[in-house]
Design a protein around this ligand. Structure first.
Ligand SMILES: Cc1ncc(COP(=O)(O)O)c(C=O)c1O
Length: 363
């Protein structure tokens, strides 16, 4: 049975990349060793990490005055590292348009009981189950704010911010976990971007950080591992980094480059997601919980049928038919099709066929 993996992460990876990794698995570059067996201080690994960095710089158009870091602990560790490094003595603003943004804010609140800074909830759409991106007024933010934290793609709720607000001198810190390399953002609009790798970049275990040099912390953070400046000064090799995940990320970067880069990925993602959105839009049986069309995510598309019992049935039958991991996040229910870069358009067409048949059998 052909399987289509709609997982929100860890997610589908390009087959070409998996095959290349398989090919090199036992003997990397005639070293007689697997990548997993290479020292992180070896010349072979040095080349891998530096090439991965250069490829990402090239793909995302990262200017010279930004550092690229390969860290661990997932995007969730960034929720604490960000205020710990950048917010002391200041106000830190949070724009919350989804559950992950709320987690980032909640972690900041927790830390602020011990550290001297003030997290502020600038805007939230929680009352409406995060069915839209909430507005905010720039003049509600202190001019000397530490940062404004945003989430560019809300993985669970299926919304995105495409227009990055012009905050003048207030630094924007963005969680880009679920649409990095999928939407062509302008790096200069951000002081820092971070992303867990396990959606568009590679296996879990790697966290990408892109940070402007003049935004880096002046003072040491509480712990060396959680200190951006120490990580930057050591080229992400302060301790043993997730070497295999970095290697896989490098292969994915090469692959994305071979397909034409991020602009091209966005174009393909727009076409791919439009197939499903158009179908849902025309249907009386399926609907999208996202309120505004302009907020709709290209990466994660939640949808429901006419009632929760049919949603349950849909999920069981879809899974059995090879549409894997299409069940919506446990906090929202329904279904969610995650269409990351490596997800094939053909899988969307097959899903739509299945949805038509299901509707026919159950309406
Ligand atoms: C937008 C967003 N932020 C943060 C996270 C948490 O990432 P991690 O599991 O790497 O900590 C996720 C995970 O799905 C996510 O989608």
């Amino acid at each position: 049975m052909k399987v289509y993996n709609f997982s929100a992460g860890p997610a589908v990876l390009p087959k070409e990349v998996l095959m290349k990794a398989q090919d090199e698995f036992l003997d990397y570059g005639n070293s007689g060793m697997s990548v997993m067996e290479l020292s992180h201080r070896s010349p072979e690994f040095d080349k891998i990490i530096n090439e991965a960095k250069e490829l990402l710089v090239d793909l995302m158009g990262i200017p010279d005055n930004y550092k690229v870091l390969f860290l661990q602990g997932g995007a969730s560790t960034q929720f604490s590292m960000i205020p710990m490094n950048f917010a002391l003595g200041k106000k830190a603003y949070y724009h919350v348009a989804g559950s992950w943004g709320k987690k980032a804010y909640t972690e900041a609140l927790k830390l602020s009981k011990f550290l001297n800074f003030e997290p502020i909830l600038l805007a939230s759409s929680e009352e409406d189950n995060y069915n839209h991106i909430p507005d905010f007024k720039l003049d509600e933010i202190d001019r000397d704010a530490a940062y404004l934290h945003i989430t560019t793609n809300n993985t669970i709720e299926g919304t995105s911010i495409y227009e990055i607000p012009d905050t003048k001198a207030i630094p924007i810190v963005a969680d880009m976990s679920s649409n990095i390399l999928a939407v062509d953002y302008r790096i200069e609009d951000f002081a820092m971007i971070y992303a867990g790798a396990q959606k568009n970049i590679g296996p879990a275990g790697l966290t990408i950080v892109i940070v402007r040099e003049d935004f880096l912390n002046e003072n040491p953070a509480l712990s060396s591992m959680l200190d951006y400046r120490i990580q930057a000064d050591n080229n992400s090799l302060y301790n043993t980094p997730p070497t295999f995940s970095i290697y896989m990320a490098k292969l994915v970067f090469e692959h994305v480059k071979s397909l034409g880069g991020v602009k091209e990925m966005e174009k393909i993602n727009r076409e791919k997601s439009a197939l499903l959105y158009d179908f849902i839009e025309k249907s009386d049986f399926y609907s999208s919980p996202v309120l505004n069309i302009k907020d709709r995510s290209l990466a994660n598309i939640p949808f429901v049928t006419v009632n929760p019992d049919l949603d349950k049935k849909f999920n069981v039958e879809a899974e059995a038919a090879g549409f894997k991991n299409i069940k919506g996040h446990r906090s929202v229910g329904g279904m969610r099709a995650s269409l990351y870069n490596a997800f094939p358009a053909e899988g969307v067409a097959e899903l739509i066929k299945f949805m038509k048949d299901f509707e026919e059998a159950n309406k």
